[in-house]
Design a protein around this ligand. Structure first.
Ligand code: TYM
Length: 327
């Protein structure tokens, strides 16, 4: 069985983009792959975090994993900082990555823009991400399009080390969905939907109330020609909504275009509200059941033990191949 690894940062506001780009894949893959899903809390501290909020967000994301359908009997679910191998391997990879390649990462450029100085952790963020992936001999990494550059870097580092030392790492592939890989902001369809945007109507969070979902969709930026047609270049707003509608309803984009021929954006948006509310209702219900349960903590503890057992094997091999330690 091929091994799958992915992670989500515990930063609150998990949204439809995270769901359609990544979480939906997590669930699809778990029947015929060995899946490991992580809550990457050490990535979250590359920007300042309130400790209490961080702890809450870790549990929020864990509960959301389960609420969307990740099954802890099939998949390992755990918190990154509970397995020391991530930080250990990250250092080894840091010594085999270059400031030049890291400074080309668009996420670092965006997050450090207009700042005189940025935390070193923000700069080496993609190296820690590479460590997450390589620590588990991962074959497949299901993510959204915004992580493509990070996956490329991870592959480069793995290949570089395999060539320089004994073959140490499996070289992973990213897995991107056709429709969900880049869900755009509702208020500005030229930007991706993000957890941190100030305008709450730019995104639909998975736990939003139906009234909020309605407001965000009815306000969503479209265009003035009033035709429901997929055309990313000229009609990015409506194309984004078509994408969301299509993935959540199972109808194809041409089927949707036909359904709304001769109708305005109002009818289309009203139906989309229903589709989104209906898709998110069971997720919200399951989330409420599990979020404050002891079961959630037990699942994460058990996940950390299982993940750590795999990580230890990899670290043993890494240390041997690099000549580190005396054990
Ligand atoms: P994060 O927490 O920002 O996002 C979690 C996942 O959601 C995807 N995503 C989107 N997909 C479609 N449309 C969007 N608008 C959208 N916004 C976010 C992301 O691509 C991601 O798959 N660096 C990662 C976390 C990470 C990781 C890893 C992922 C750390 N280590 C190892 C995979 C493997 C991140 O910040 O994701």
């Amino acid at each position: 069985m091929k091994r799958v690894f992915s992670g989500v940062q515990p930063t609150g506001n998990i949204h439809l983009g995270n769901y359609l780009g990544a979480l939906k894949q997590f669930v699809e893959l778990q029947d015929d792959h060995e899946c490991i899903y992580c809550i990457v809390d050490m990535h979250a501290i590359t920007v300042p975090q309130d400790p209490k909020e961080l702890r809450d967000h870790i549990l929020d994301v864990a509960a959301l994993y389960l609420a969307v359908g990740v099954d802890p009997k099939k998949s390992i679910v755990f918190v990154q900082s509970d397995v020391p191998g991530h930080a250990e391997l990250s250092w080894v990879l840091t010594c085999n990555s270059y400031t030049g390649e890291l400074s080309r990462m668009t996420q670092f450029k965006d997050k450090s823009k207009n700042k005189e100085s940025a935390p070193t952790g923000l700069f080496s963020y993609p190296v820690l991400m590479a460590a997450d992936i390589l620590l588990y001999d991962t074959d497949i990494v299901p993510v959204g399009n915004d992580q493509k550059q990070h996956i490329e870097l991870c592959r480069d580092i793995a290949i570089r080390i395999n060539n320089k030392y004994k073959k140490t790492f499996v070289v992973p592939d990213g897995r991107f969905l056709k429709e969900g890989a880049r869900i755009m902001a509702l208020d500005d369809p030229t930007k991706k939907m993000s957890k941190s945007a100030e305008n709450i109507h730019s995104r639909i969070s998975l736990l939003d109330e139906p009234s909020k979902i309605k407001k965000s969709i009815m306000k969503a930026t479209t265009d003035s020609d009033g035709v429901v047609r997929f055309d990313v270049e000229n009609k990015p707003g409506i194309s984004n909504l078509l994408n969301i509608y299509s993935v959540l309803s199972g109808m194809t984009v041409p089927e949707l275009e036909a359904k709304y021929e001769g109708k305005g954006y109002g009818d289309f948006k009203k139906d989309l509200v229903e589709v989104v509310v209906e898709a998110l209702a069971p997720i919200k219900e399951r989330y409420e059941q599990i979020r404050h349960s002891d079961e959630l903590i037990e699942i994460l503890k058990d996940g950390a033990v299982r993940a750590d057992a795999i990580a230890k094997q990899t670290m043993k091999r890494v240390k041997e191949n690099f000549g580190l330690g005396i054990e």
